[in-house]
Design a binder for this molecule. Structure first.
Ligand SMILES: [Fe+2]
Length: 203
């Protein structure tokens, strides 16, 4: 059942899924919450791409980035991914390796060029406070900046091991807007907020 669901989700959106479907299955088997999060981020990134005027081809690329952005968490132990309390410094350092793990898993798979650069930088912040490289401003690829916004929204609004109840959309938008210029790019966040106000949560 689960496999056919994945096949349906992935087949609809892209015609090059064959090369990485096995990784999505691995992620689903390793950590189902991260798998579900990734599918939602892919869906929302596609909507955001269309809203910001990207072509269908680029929008398809954004979907791929969404479903693969956390694929490196396959190599992060569940005792860290599912921990309900505060992470230790060592655990936090290990979690922060997931963009790098993702690049290693994907580097031999033919994917649009923007995919790896966006995955590598999806936790970078405009002000340089992100990871793994502390990139700033325009050194962060645009698709990574888009992923940062959508990823944060989904993390805020869905329950996580460390927080039972997700925030409302209204509350999440307030929180996201506080991060304009430090974490998030205004143009991207404005487009994204319009989508959320129109559609609410997608599944
Ligand atoms: Fe991530």
């Amino acid at each position: 059942m689960k496999l056919s669901y994945i096949e349906k989700e992935v087949k609809i959106k892209t015609n090059i899924h064959e090369q990485y479907r096995h990784l999505i299955v691995q992620l689903q088997e390793h950590n189902y919450i991260t798998y579900q999060h990734s599918i939602r981020v892919g869906n929302l990134l596609s909507l955001l791409g269309l809203r910001l005027g990207f072509s269908l081809k680029k929008t398809e690329t954004l979907y791929i980035i969404g479903i693969l952005h956390d694929i490196g968490k396959i190599h992060v132990p569940n005792r860290i991914l599912n921990k309900s309390g505060k992470l230790t410094l060592n655990e936090w350092n290990e979690l922060q390796l997931h963009p790098e793990y993702g690049i290693k898993l994907l580097k031999n798979i033919p994917l649009p060029s923007e995919v790896l650069s966006a995955i590598a930088a999806h936790h970078e912040n405009l002000d340089g406070s992100g990871y793994p490289s502390g990139l700033t401003g325009d050194d962060i690829p645009y698709f990574a900046k888009m992923t940062r916004v959508v990823d944060s929204y989904d993390a805020m609004t869905y329950s996580r091991p460390y927080r039972k109840e997700g925030m409302s959309d209204e509350h999440a938008i307030i929180e996201l807007k506080r991060g304009i210029g430090t974490f998030y790019e205004k143009e991207i966040l404005d487009g994204f907020c319009e989508i959320i106000k129109e559609n609410g949560k997608t599944t």
